[in-house]
Design a protein around this ligand. Structure first.
Ligand SMILES: NC(=O)c1ccc[n+]([C@@H]2O[C@H](COP(=O)([O-])OP(=O)(O)OC[C@H]3O[C@@H](n4cnc5c(N)ncnc54)[C@H](O)[C@@H]3O)[C@@H](O)[C@H]2O)c1
Ligand SMILES: O=CCCC(=O)O
Length: 498
C-alpha cells in the first residue's frame, strides 16, 4: 500500500549528501546507501556511505574551525543559535514532513518533534551567555583562585532514528553554546532530517566546519571507531542502545574522552490505588504509546495496584480502541509503523512470550500486514509476571503489559529490579507517598502524575546502565565544557604606600 507524500514548501531542504566544512559532499568512495519509508518499505532516497577516511575529513574540518569558533563571544554564539531556532520554526512544516517520511511517526507527532527540537536551540541560545565560572576563597594566604569554563573541543555526536531532529539538536545546541565544533553521525535510517538542519545552519550563519554531518549505514561501526579513537575528538555524546554505548565507551578508553551516554531504559509505570484513574490512564497512554512505544522513556512495565487493576485495565483498553494506526501522512492517524522488521520481530516475541506464560491479550497482539510489514497493533496484555521477557527487556514498541501488585514496598522492589534506570512514573494523590516513592526509585527521571516529562528546561538522563551525563537544562552545557582553575600567587599584599 502506498501513501501520498506531501511536497516540501522548500524543496532545497531535501539533501542527499553529507555536510563537511560547509560543503555538501559525497563519500570519497562514491558509495551510497538507500533510505526507506518505514510505512511502505519503498526507497525514498540515497545518502553517502561514508568511511573512516570521510569521517577523518569531517574531524579535521571541525578541528580547523575550533580555534576561531571558541574565540567568538558567548553572545555571538547565542545569536547564531537563536537564528537557527527561528529558521527551524519557520520551516517546521517541512522538517515534520521529512521526519514522517523517514521515521513513520504521524505528522502531528512530527510537528511536535520539530518544535521540541527547535526548542533546544532556543534554550541553549539563552544558556550560552550564562556559563559562569567561580571565584573561590583559597586556603593558602596570598593565593586567589578562580575558574574558567572552556569548551572541551571537537565533539563527536551519535544519535538514533527515533527522534531524527530532537536527539541531534539536544547535543548540537549545548556544544555550540559552549564554543565547541562538532562531527555528528546522523542515524542511517533517518539522515534527511539532519541534512535539512545542516542546510538551515548555513542560513543561520554558522561558520564552515563548526557543524559537520556525516552519514553511514553499513559502515557505521567503522565511522564510529574513527570518531571514538581519534586524538582530535575530545568528547563523545551518544544516544542509543546500552550495548552500543558499552562498545563506544571501550573504544574511547585509549584517548580518555569526556563522555555523555543516554542509553536504553525499561521504565516502570506505577499506578497506586489512590491515583486519579483518568489522570493515570491518560498518562499511561501518553507514556506507553508515544511514537508507537519507540522512545527511551516510554513506560515498559505497567504496575497497577490490585484495588484499581480491573478498572484501570478497562479504561486503558477503551482508549487504545480509539487509536487509528496507519501511514503518518494520512488524516486522523494517531500511530504509525515501527522503524523496521527487527523492531516488529522483538515486539512479536515479547507478546508471544507473555501469552505462553499466561498473559491475556485484552486488545491487539498481531501484526497488521494489510497496512505494511512494519505495522503492529497497539497491544494491552494483563496478568503479566516477572518471569516474562517484557519485564526485563525494553520492548521499544506498542505493547503495554499490566502487572498487578499489592504493596508499595513490593512495587518499588520490582521497579528497581532492572540493570537500567532512565525514567520511572507513578500516580498517587498522597503527598507523603509522592516523596517516598520518588526518592526510592532508581532512575534518573521521575514523572509523578504525568506520563510526559521531556522538556528542554529539565535535565534528561539516566543512572545505572542507562548511562550518565544530562542533556537539556542549565547543566546540559557543562557536558561540553571543562573547568580550568587559575591560582594567582603573591596576592593580598599591603596597598603601596601603606
Ligand atoms: N536515553 C536516551 O536519551 C535515548 C534516546 C533514544 C533512544 N535511546 C535508546 O536507543 C535504542 C534504540 O535506538 P537504536 O536501536 O537505533 O540504537 P543503536 O544503539 O543501535 O543506534 C543508535 C545510533 O548508534 C549508531 N551505531 C550503531 N552501532 C554503532 C557502532 N558500532 N558504532 C557507532 N555508532 C553505532 C546507529 O547508527 C545510530 O545512529 C533504545 O535502547 C533506546 O532506549 C535512548
Ligand atoms: O527517546 C528518547 C528521547 C525522548 C525524549 O526526549 O522525550
Amino acid at each position: 500500500m502506498g501513501h501520498s507524500v506531501p511536497p516540501l514548501n522548500d524543496p532545497s531542504l531535501f539533501k542527499q549528501q553529507a555536510f563537511i566544512n560547509g560543503k555538501w559532499v559525497d563519500a570519497k568512495s562514491g558509495q551510497t546507501f538507500d533510505v526507506y519509508d518505514p510505512a511502505t518499505h519503498k526507497a525514498i532516497g540515497k545518502m553517502p556511505e561514508m568511511s573512516r577516511e570521510d569521517a577523518q575529513l569531517a574531524i579535521d574540518a571541525a578541528a580547523a574551525a575550533f580555534p576561531s569558533f571558541r574565540k567568538t563571544t558567548a553572545r555571538e554564539r547565542s545569536k547564531m543559535l537563536r537564528k537557527w531556532y527561528d529558521l527551524m520554526v519557520e520551516n517546521a512544516e517541512d522538517i515534520a514532513k521529512l521526519i514522517t517520511w523517514e521515521n513513520g511517526k504521524p505528522m502531528a507527532d512530527a510537528k511536535g518533534e520539530a518544535t521540541y527540537a527547535a526548542n533546544f536551540f532556543e534554550w541553549f541560545s539563552e544558556e550560552a551567555p550564562r556559563a559562569y565560572g567561580d571565584t573561590i576563597s583559597a586556603t593558602v594566604a596570598g593565593n586567589r583562585v578562580f575558574t574558567l569554563k572552556e569548551p572541551v573541543g571537537v565533539c563527536g555526536l551519535i544519535t538514533p532514528w527515533n527522534f531524527p531532529a530532537a536527539m541531534i539538536t539536544r547535543k548540537i545546541g549545548p556544544a555550540l553554546a559552549a564554543g565547541c565544533t562538532v562531527v555528528a553521525k546522523s542515524p542511517g535510517e533517518t539522515p534527511f532530517t539532519a541534512a535539512a538542519l545542516a542546510e538551515l545552519s548555513v542560513r543561520a550563519g554558522i561558520p564552515p566546519g563548526v557543524v559537520n554531518i556525516i552519514t553511514a549505514m553499513k559502515n557505521t561501526p567503522e565511522v564510529g571507531e574513527a570518531i571514538t579513537s581519534s586524538d582530535i575528538v575530545k568528547k563523545v555524546s551518544f544516544t542509543g542502545s546500552t550495548g552500543v554505548g558499552k562498545l563506544l565507551m571501550k573504544q574511547s578508553a585509549d584517548t580518555l574522552k569526556k563522555l555523555s551516554f543516554e542509553l536504553g531504559g525499561n521504565a516502570p509505570f506505577i499506578v497506586f490505588d489512590d491515583a486519579d484513574l483518568d489522570v493515570a490512564v491518560n498518562g499511561a497512554i501518553a507514556s506507553k504509546f508515544r511514537s508507537s512505544g519507540q522512545t527511551c522513556v516510554c513506560a515498559n512495565r505497567l504496575y497497577v495496584q490490585r484495588g484499581i487493576y480491573d478498572k484501570f485495565a478497562e479504561a486503558f483498553v477503551a482508549k487504545v480502541k480509539d487509536f487509528k494506526v496507519g501511514h503518518g501522512y494520512d488524516e486522523g492517524v494517531t500511530h504509525g509503523p515501527l522503524i523496521h522488521d527487527r523492531a516488529v520481530s522483538k515486539v512479536e516475541a515479547h507478546v508471544q512470550d507473555a501469552v505462553k506464560q499466561g498473559g491475556k491479550v485484552l486488545i491487539g497482539g498481531q501484526k497488521l500486514p494489510d497496512l505494511g510489514d512494519n505495522f503492529f497493533q497497539p497491544t494491552v496484555i494483563r496478568d503479566m509476571t516477572s518471569d516474562m521477557a517484557l519485564a526485563h527487556e525494553e520492548t521499544f514498541g506498542p505493547v503495554a503489559g499490566l502487572f498487578p501488585f499489592d504493596t508499595e514496598a513490593e512495587v518499588v522492589k520490582l521497579a528497581n529490579d532492572a540493570d537500567v534506570g532512565l525514567a520511572g512514573y507513578f500516580f498517587s494523590r498522597d503527598i507523603q507517598r509522592v516523596y517516598r516513592v520518588a526518592e526510592a526509585l532508581e532512575v534518573g527521571m521521575v514523572g509523578v502524575n504525568t506520563g510526559l516529562i521531556s522538556d528542554p528546561a529539565a535535565p534528561f538522563g539516566g543512572v545505572k546502565q542507562s548511562g550518565f551525563g544530562r542533556e537539556g537544562s542549565k547543566i546540559g552545557i557543562d557536558e561540553y565544557m571543562v573547568t580550568k582553575m587559575v591560582t594567582l600567587g603573591g596576592m593580598g599584599q599591603p596597598l603601596q604606600g601603606e
